[in-house]
Design a binder for this molecule. Structure first.
Ligand SMILES: Nc1ncnc2c1ncn2[C@@H]1O[C@H](COP(=O)(O)OP(=O)(O)OP(=O)(O)O)[C@@H](O)[C@H]1O
Ligand SMILES: [Mg+2]
Length: 223
């Protein structure tokens, strides 16, 4: 049985709960799809003693398990109403993990209309490039406001160019998304204090209520 058949079998047997963000995707289906997506990407995705608690906590969060922080690894109060801020060492697998979940979420929403695991993704560098291109191109349809809705995965926070005397675009985006209580997923090498320093204390102060904060340390897979 393919993982997709598993998904449709599973959803058929579930009552229609309606609304958004109800746990409609089961653990086993998700895990099968996760592994299928990793191998589709040609990845031998390894779970090790170093990364297992972090990976399982993040997967449990996306499965909407109230006790997703059972391993107690969060830096602040756990809540399914908040997004995720995952910061730490280079090459530990942050982007890889979120990219796999992003692809699984896309497959699920396309096949079953269940949006539980769906979120668009963009790197901060790409967002700035698109923003600056749009300033020069009057026909561009890029608007920062387009990102003031729904969920969003922002990769490489802090890697984008400094705004110098211009406004910090990503700081503004985080501020607006916090104001609208939207779930944002961030991966970054910057620790929360460095994020606060760059984008300002008004952002730093909002991080704990906007995000479940996870520190991911370890050896780089790139070595
Ligand atoms: N669990 C894993 N098992 C095996 N290889 C992995 C695993 N996670 C990531 N990798 C590989 O390690 C490399 C680095 O991973 P990734 O880019 O996700 O790291 P990162 O934490 O996002 O790093 P950075 O902080 O530099 O952005 C990738 O080539 C990826 O294929
Ligand atoms: Mg990365």
């Amino acid at each position: 049985m393919t993982s997709l058949t598993l998904v449709s079998n599973l959803t058929k047997s579930l009552p229609a709960v309606g609304g958004k963000d109800r746990p409609r995707i089961g653990k086993r289906v998700f895990w099968n799809m996760f592994q299928a997506e990793a191998s589709r990407q040609g990845l031998e995705f390894k779970i090790t003693a170093e990364n297992e608690k972090i990976i399982y906590t993040i997967l449990r969060y996306f499965l909407l398990l109230e006790d997703f922080n059972a391993y107690g690894i969060l830096k602040n109060r756990a809540s399914l109403q908040k997004g995720l801020l995952v910061y730490g060492d280079y090459g530990v697998g942050k982007s890889t993990l979120f990219n796999i979940i992003h692809e699984v979420g896309k497959t699920i929403i396309l096949k079953t209309n269940i949006s539980q695991l769906w979120f668009p993704k963009i790197t901060t560098v790409n967002m700035l490039t698109r923003y600056y291109d749009s300033q020069k191109d009057p026909t561009s349809d890029f608007k920062l406001e387009n990102y003031y809705r729904g969920k969003l995965y922002l990769d490489d926070l802090g890697k984008e160019d400094k705004a110098y005397n211009r406004e910090e675009l990503i700081g503004k985006l985080l501020f607006e998304r916090h104001r609208r209580r939207l779930k944002t997923f961030v991966t970054t090498n910057e620790k929360p204090s460095a994020i606060a320093e760059r984008y300002g204390n008004h952002i730093g102060d909002r991080l704990p209520e906007m995000f479940n904060i996870i520190k991911w340390e370890g050896r780089s897979w790139r070595e």
